[in-house]
Design a protein around this ligand. Structure first.
Ligand SMILES: [Zn+2]
Length: 443
């Protein structure tokens, strides 16, 4: 997980599992949840005023306390004291992952400690390992906004839930926690035999709410079908972490006989998109400020991370907005997203029968000097790891990379590291994190 920088002390993120985080900062979350419950029905004008107010506060804080922005504003002649909000955002250059990776220290506020510091890491949709700081406020906001989004899908705290995530269980593949009322399945253990076991448990306990990566949820239903088992139908399913294609949505809704609610967010907290009761995806506009640049490139600014403000952060995913004059029947005035074209990768099949989708990307979170990466499976027991590196890449990076990959892939797969000038592209021109040459294609 996140490497602690020598000059700021902080906690390490223990992984953003919803159940745990809620109990870490309960009061703040509760307070923010009350706010989000109200703010979702604000008028357009109220949302705009709120955004301007938040942006002015954030940009002035960044100009005063964040070395990177202090210098940047000086160099481009930007005056944060006359900054007016949304209409002036374009005057600030966008921030890409490369800057976050190489100038991390300069992006941390000189008074960051006061906001509470937790290190987090991700490799996102581009396979670029990043380490960054989240403060207490942004974490509380993230959980509260997420809980509100899940409530659109009918979720309530304490409702019996089935969750598929990367839990890193040592031996078991799943567990049921009576306290949290949740069945947790470790997506790193996704293979037929473990899937059948958990499906039987699901059919016995009948959870009302499912959440996980679309690929993992789809595979589970496929295994059930192969065995002739009818899998329990929950009230709703929330999916996240990878692009939910129309095809996948149809498959899953049919297999589980319920509606899917798609959810998009990222560890950096710079954007959030969430599906409402009417089946429309909304930009969550009271959580972050979302902008669309040429050809739909999504750029986001979290209102709340004062310890490490990422302003106009290039998320690496593209979206298509619906007609802005279109009003959603749910009554919320958040803009509607027609399509998200983010992570679309194939999946890996291991010799011991496991299937790994987006969960794979966590395995490269800790590799220093890796600019971006990609897994190409050429045979059931052979995977090439293509990496584009800079001069800080060394033997230790390779060891860290190998360790992370072995943890998921096991020891039977031969891993070849290839330092390449650029990653392989798919036929559609995308650069997926996983490419399968043994037929396990993205659907
Ligand atoms: Zn709606």
């Amino acid at each position: 997980m996140g490497k602690t920088s020598p000059f700021v002390r902080g906690k390490k993120s223990t992984g953003a599992h919803l159940e745990k985080s809620i109990f870490q900062i309960p009061l703040k979350v509760l307070k923010r949840y009350k706010f989000y419950k109200r703010s979702q029905f604000c008028t357009e004008a109220q949302i705009e005023d709120f955004q301007d107010e938040q942006l002015i506060k954030l940009i002035q804080h960044a100009g005063q306390h964040v070395p990177y922005y202090r210098n940047l504003f000086k160099n481009i002649g930007f005056n944060d004291s006359t900054f007016r909000g949304r209409e002036d955002m374009h005057k600030i250059p966008t921030l890409d992952k490369e800057i976050v990776r190489t100038r991390q220290k300069e992006l941390i506020a000189d008074n960051a400690k006061k906001f509470g510091i937790t290190w987090d890491s991700t490799s996102g949709s581009t396979g670029t390992p990043l380490h960054f700081v989240l403060d207490d406020a942004v974490q509380a906001n993230k959980i509260a906004a997420l809980l509100r989004s899940y409530s659109w899908a009918g979720y309530k705290l304490g409702k019996k839930t089935f969750s598929l995530q990367s839990y890193y269980f040592q031996e078991k593949s799943y567990e049921y926690s009576r306290f949290y009322n949740i069945i947790r399945f470790d997506s790193n253990k996704l293979k037929k035999s473990s899937a059948i076991k958990v499906i039987k448990e699901i059919n016995r306990l009948k959870p009302e709410f499912f959440m996980g990566f679309p690929f993992d949820i789809l595979m589970l239903s496929k295994f059930a079908e192969e065995e002739g088992i009818v899998i329990h139908s929950p009230q709703s399913i929330v999916t996240y972490g990878e692009t939910l294609s129309k095809k996948k949505r149809e498959f899953i809704e049919k297999a589980y006989r319920c509606k899917i609610f798609d959810f998009f967010s990222l560890h950096e907290c710079a954007a959030m998109i969430s599906e409402c009761e009417q089946g429309n995806l909304h930009l969550v506009e009271d959580f972050a400020f979302h902008e669309l640049l040429g050809d739909g490139k999504l750029v986001g600014t979290s209102f709340y991370n004062y310890a490490m403000p990422l302003i106009r952060y290039e998320i690496g995913d593209n979206i298509v907005l619906d007609d802005v004059s279109k009003k959603c029947e749910c009554g919320r005035n958040f803009r509607i997203v027609k399509e998200i074209t983010g992570k679309q990768c194939d999946y890996i099949e291991t010799p011991d029968g496991r299937f790994l989708g987006s969960v794979m990307s966590h395995s490269i979170d800790n590799a220093k000097g890796v600019l971006c990466s990609q897994c190409v499976q050429n045979a059931i027991d052979q995977i090439d790891i293509n990496i584009v590196v800079d001069k800080t890449y060394n033997d230790d990076s390779k060891i860290a990379l190998k360790k992370g990959l072995r943890k998921r892939l096991g020891n039977e797969v031969k891993i070849n590291f290839k330092v390449v000038p650029q990653l392989e592209k798919s036929k559609s021109g995308k650069t997926p994190f996983i490419i399968s040459k043994i037929g396990n294609k993205y659907i």
